[in-house]
Design a protein around this ligand. Structure first.
Ligand code: PEP
Length: 255
């Protein structure tokens, strides 16, 4: 059975005391979850070591990072490597977020290298994909997202892909308040699963978790998470308030 995951991407928000307070609130408010359900929080790099010690007793809240460099080490001023994240007890690394693709020019070739860094350091990838509005309006979103997955992930074998979670985040829905309808989300998630199935076979496709992201909030999470191919969410704005984030966690279906 594939995992249901609610992951919070804090982006460049909250200073250290604010971040630690939010973790504390999540720590105190998070429900006991069974093994098939996970909460992930991805604070800024600078919060990570203290976040790790705050979360050390908590089995179902996992620590994530928002990015890493595509090389193992070296003269890359200001960057953070996958092995540094691993040594700070990070379990998940978000890669290919549309903001990184847009503002930092991350392309498929670079993302494939980042994926390799994360996996070879024994962590899991949350691999983001999603189309801009003009692609959705042109009706070519399936091809667009399929290509992102091919470029970023298809160099992996099935064993390595088992440590990848996909997050579908239509760019027109990120931070805009405009959520994909549950039908739009389900259609794309089913498409992504078919792309994985064509490359790796139906068993691998059935076991990969695919999260939805884009203005997911307490009022729409239950409907989105009830879609058969939606296995939880990657949450931006609503992950910055414990009450909202935990209400989204509570929307994960029982089975
Ligand atoms: C995100 O950027 O990963 C995201 C889903 O943001 P928001 O929930 O704010 O739309």
């Amino acid at each position: 059975m594939r995992k249901k995951i609610v992951a919070g991407n804090w982006k460049m928000n909250l200073n250290l005391p604010e971040g630690l307070e939010l973790i504390n609130e999540i720590y105190n408010g998070a429900p006991e979850l069974n093994k098939n359900k996970e909460i992930v929080i991805a604070p800024p790099f600078i919060h990570i070591t203290q976040a790790a010690s705050q979360l050390s007793n908590m089995e179902h809240v996992h620590l994530g990072a928002q990015n890493c460099h595509h090389e193992a080490a070296g003269a890359y001023t200001g960057e953070v490597s996958a092995s540094m994240l691993k040594s700070a007890e990070v379990e998940y690394v978000i890669l290919g977020h549309s903001e990184r693709r847009q503002y930092f020019h991350e392309d498929g070739t670079m993302l494939a290298k980042k994926v390799n860094q994360v996996l070879s350091n024994g962590m899991k990838v949350i691999f983001c994909c999603g189309e801009p509005l003009e692609i959705r309006d042109a009706g070519t979103e399936n091809n667009y997202v399929g290509t992102q997955i091919e470029e970023g992930l298809f160099h992996l074998n099935a064993d390595h892909l088992a440590n990848v979670v996909i997050a579908y985040e239509p760019i027109w829905a990120i931070g805009t308040g405009r959520t994909a309808s549950s039908a739009q989300a389900q259609d794309m998630h089913a498409h992504i699963r078919s792309v994985i199935s064509a490359q790796y076979g139906p068993d691998v496709a059935a076991s990969i978790s695919i999260l939805y992201g884009g203005s997911c909030k307490p009022s729409n999470a239950a409907e989105l998470f009830a879609c058969p191919d939606v296995d939880g969410g990657l949450i931006g704005g609503a992950a910055l308030k414990a009450e909202e984030f935990l209400a989204i966690v509570a929307a994960i279906p029982a089975n």
